[in-house]
Design a protein around this ligand. Structure first.
Ligand SMILES: Cc1cc2nc3c(=O)[nH]c(=O)nc-3n(C[C@H](O)[C@H](O)[C@H](O)COP(=O)(O)OP(=O)(O)OC[C@H]3O[C@@H](n4cnc5c(N)ncnc54)[C@H](O)[C@@H]3O)c2cc1C
Length: 506
C-alpha cells in the first residue's frame, strides 16, 4: 500500500461496489494507517490496452468509433477573438461622440463629452451583453455558458456604472451651461423628451444590479432573481428612443438606422435561440421521461426518450436546460449535464437534490413531457489538443465526466485517467459504470474519497498522473474545488490553455 501525502492508494478490483466495501473494510482493519474520515483513494486500471469501442455501460452510447483522436483548438483563441471584436466595437463607439464634439461649434467641455461617451458605450455594452446571453450555439459551443455568464455579470456591472456616470455628467453639463443648481438641472434634464422613461429605465437597471450582487443573490431563490432580471428588457425598451434621440445619433439618419438594426438583430437572436428553438425542439423531438434510476442518496438518473435526437448534435460533456412540464416545474428550466453519451432516441441526465426544483425531480412521473434548450457547453472532445487526457470530477460534477470518460476518443498509446473526488464512499456515483468503462477502454479511475483537502494538490496530482503538464485536463465540480484544482494544475506545470472546465454555477 503506497502512501501519497495522506492519500492511501488501494489497487481495487473492478467493481466500485466492492471497492467501497474494500475501502470501509480496509479502513477498519488498517490499524494506525487508515482511520475513518481519512481520505482514501481507490484505483481501477484495465490489465491491457484494448482497442477503444465507445459503448455506454448503461445501455446508452452511440457506437460510433472515432479512431483518430481529434486535435482541437484551444477555446482561448475564440475567446480572445470575441473579446477583441467587442473591444474594437467599443472603441469605435466611444470615439464617435469625441469626433462630434471636436467638430461642434462650441468649445469642448469635459462633462458633456464624458456623458456622451459613457451613454454611447452603455448602449453598445447592453447590445454586447444581450448577444452574449442569446444562447447562440456558436457562442455556447466555443466559449461555454459559464464563461459567457461571467462576462455578462461583469459587463452588467460596467453598464450600470456607465449609465450612472452618463446621467451624472449630463446633469453636471446642463447645470454648468445653464448656471443652475444640480437639483434644478436634474429636474430640467429629466423633463426633456424621452428622458423620464430613460430615468425609470436607469432605476430598473440599478435594481437589477443590486439584486445580482452576490450578497443579495444568495438570499433569494433563482426564480425570484430571474424575474427581477427580466426588468432589464423593460429598461432597455424605455431607454431606446432616448438613445436614438441623443445628440450623437439625432439628425444622422444612417447612424440611427444602423443602431436600430443592431438592436433588432440582437433581439432577433435572443428570440430565435431562447424562445423559437425550444418550441421547435419540443415539436420535433417530443421528449418524455422514460425511466428514473436511483443512483445514490438524493441522486437519480432521468432517462429521456425522444425522436430524431441525433439532429441535436449533442456531445458528451455538454448540458441542456431541461423544462419538465408538470404544474410545479414547467416555469423553470434547470441546467443539467448529460451523464451518458447521447443516442438517437435517448438522453440521460443525473440530478442531485440541492434545492426545491432538483428535489421535485427525484420522483418525476414516467411519461412527463420535457422541453429542452441546448445542447450547450464547450467542454467537449473538440477542445482536446493532446494525446493523454486527465478528467477531474468533484461530487455531482462527475456527470459530464462520466459521459466524457465513456466516449472521448482514445487510440492505443494514449492514456485516459479520471480522478473522482467524493466526500465519502456512499456519495460515489456510477461506480460500477466507471469501473466497467475503465476496464473496457484501458483507462484508469482513482476514487479520492474522504476529507483530505490535500488530495488534489499539485504534489498529489503529480503522484497520480506524473505527465499531467502534457495532458488536456477536463474538470467539473463545485466552484471552490475547481478553483483550487486549477491552482494545483498550474503548480504542476499545466497552462490554462489545456484546462477545460464547466462550472455548475453561473
Ligand atoms: C452548466 C451546469 C450543469 C449542471 N449539471 C448538473 C448535473 O448534471 N447534475 C446536477 O445535479 N446538477 C447540475 N447542475 C446544478 C443544477 O443546475 C442546480 O443544482 C439546480 O438547478 C438547482 O435547482 P434547485 O431549484 O433545486 O435549487 P435552488 O436552491 O433553487 O438553487 C441552487 C443553486 O442552483 C442555481 N440554479 C437554480 N435554478 C437554476 C436555473 N434554472 N438555472 C441556473 N442555475 C440555477 C441557483 O442559482 C443556486 O446557486 C448544473 C449546473 C450548471 C450551471
Amino acid at each position: 500500500m503506497a502512501r501519497v501525502r495522506g492519500i492511501v492508494g488501494i489497487a481495487s478490483d473492478t467493481s466500485a461496489a466492492r471497492g467501497k466495501r474494500d475501502l470501509i473494510d480496509r479502513r477498519n482493519s488498517a490499524g494506525g494507517h487508515l482511520r475513518p474520515q481519512r481520505a482514501a483513494m481507490m484505483s481501477t486500471r484495465a490489465p491491457e490496452r484494448p482497442i477503444d469501442i465507445p459503448r455506454a455501460a448503461s445501455g446508452h452510447g452511440t457506437g460510433i468509433v472515432d479512431r483518430s483522436a481529434p486535435i482541437g483548438r484551444s477555446p482561448s483563441g475564440v475567446r480572445y477573438a470575441v473579446l477583441t471584436a467587442i473591444w474594437v466595437g467599443a472603441m469605435a463607439v466611444a470615439w464617435w461622440p469625441i469626433v462630434v464634439a471636436l467638430n461642434g461649434p462650441s468649445p469642448l467641455r469635459w462633462a458633456p463629452v464624458v456623458a456622451h461617451v459613457c451613454g454611447m458605450l452603455a448602449g453598445y455594452a447592453v447590445l454586447a451583453l444581450i448577444a452574449l446571453m442569446s444562447r447562440a450555439p456558436a457562442l455556447e459551443r466555443n466559449i461555454g455558458a459559464d464563461v459567457l455568464a461571467r462576462w455578462h455579470s461583469r459587463g452588467g456591472r460596467l453598464v450600470v456604472t456607465l449609465i450612472l456616470i452618463h446621467a451624472y455628467a449630463a446633469v453636471v453639463g446642463w447645470a454648468q451651461s445653464r448656471r443652475e443648481g444640480m437639483l434644478v438641472a436634474f429636474w430640467q434634464v429629466a423633463n426633456l423628451p424621452w428622458l423620464m422613461a430613460a430615468t425609470i429605465g436607469t432605476i430598473m437597471l440599478v435594481v437589477v444590479g443590486v439584486a445580482s450582487a452576490r450578497a443579495a443573490r444568495s438570499r433569494m431563490s433563482y426564480e425570484k432573481w430571474h424575474a427581477i432580471h427580466l426588468l432589464t428588457y423593460v429598461a432597455i425598451a424605455l431607454s431606446f428612443v432616448h438613445q436614438l434621440a441623443g445628440p450623437d445619433l439625432a439628425g444622422r439618419r444612417l447612424l440611427q438606422v444602423v443602431w436600430a438594426l443592431l438592436y433588432t438583430h440582437v433581439f432577433a437572436m435572443l428570440i430565435r435561440h431562447r424562445v423559437l428553438t425550444p418550441i421547435r425542439q419540443a415539436a420535433r423531438h417530443r421528449m418524455r421521461v422514460a425511466d428514473i434510476i436511483p443512483e445514490g442518496p438524493g441522486v437519480v438518473s432521468i432517462v429521456v426518450e425522444g425522436e430524431h435526437l441525433t439532429e441535436l448534435q449533442a456531445e458528451s460533456g455538454q448540458f441542456f436546460r431541461w423544462r419538465f412540464l408538470t404544474p410545479d416545474l414547467w416555469l423553470t428550466a434547470h441546467p443539467f449535464s448529460l451523464s451518458a453519451a447521447p443516442t438517437a432516441d435517448r438522453l440521460r441526465l443525473t440530478v442531485k437534490a440541492l434545492g426545491q426544483g432538483s428535489q421535485r425531480l427525484q420522483d418525476i412521473a414516467i411519461g412527463t413531457w420535457v422541453v429542452t434548450e441546448g445542447p450547450y457547453g464547450a467542454m467537449t472532445s473538440v477542445r482536446r489538443s493532446r494525446d493523454d487526457i486527465l478528467l477531474i470530477a468533484g461530487g455531482v460534477g462527475i456527470t459530464p465526466m462520466r459521459a466524457l470518460f465513456e466516449t472521448i476518443p482514445l487510440v492505443p498509446g494514449q492514456d485516459l485517467t479520471l480522478l473522482y473526488r467524493a466526500r465519502n464512499a456512499g456519495q460515489v456515483l456510477f461506480g460500477q459504470e466507471l469501473d466497467e468503462i475503465a476496464r473496457r477502454r484501458g483507462a484508469r479511475v482513482h476514487y479520492l474519497v474522504g476529507d483530505n483537502s490535500d488530495c488534489l494538490s499539485a504534489t498529489s496530482i503529480l503522484a497520480l498522473v506524473p505527465n499531467v503538464a502534457r495532458r488536456d485536463v477536463y474538470m467539473c465540480g463545485p466552484p471552490g474545488m475547481t478553483e483550487a484544482v486549477r491552482a494545483s494544475l498550474h503548480g504542476a506545470g499545466l497552462s490554462d490553455d489545456y484546462i477545460h472546465e464547466e462550472r455548475f454555477a453561473f
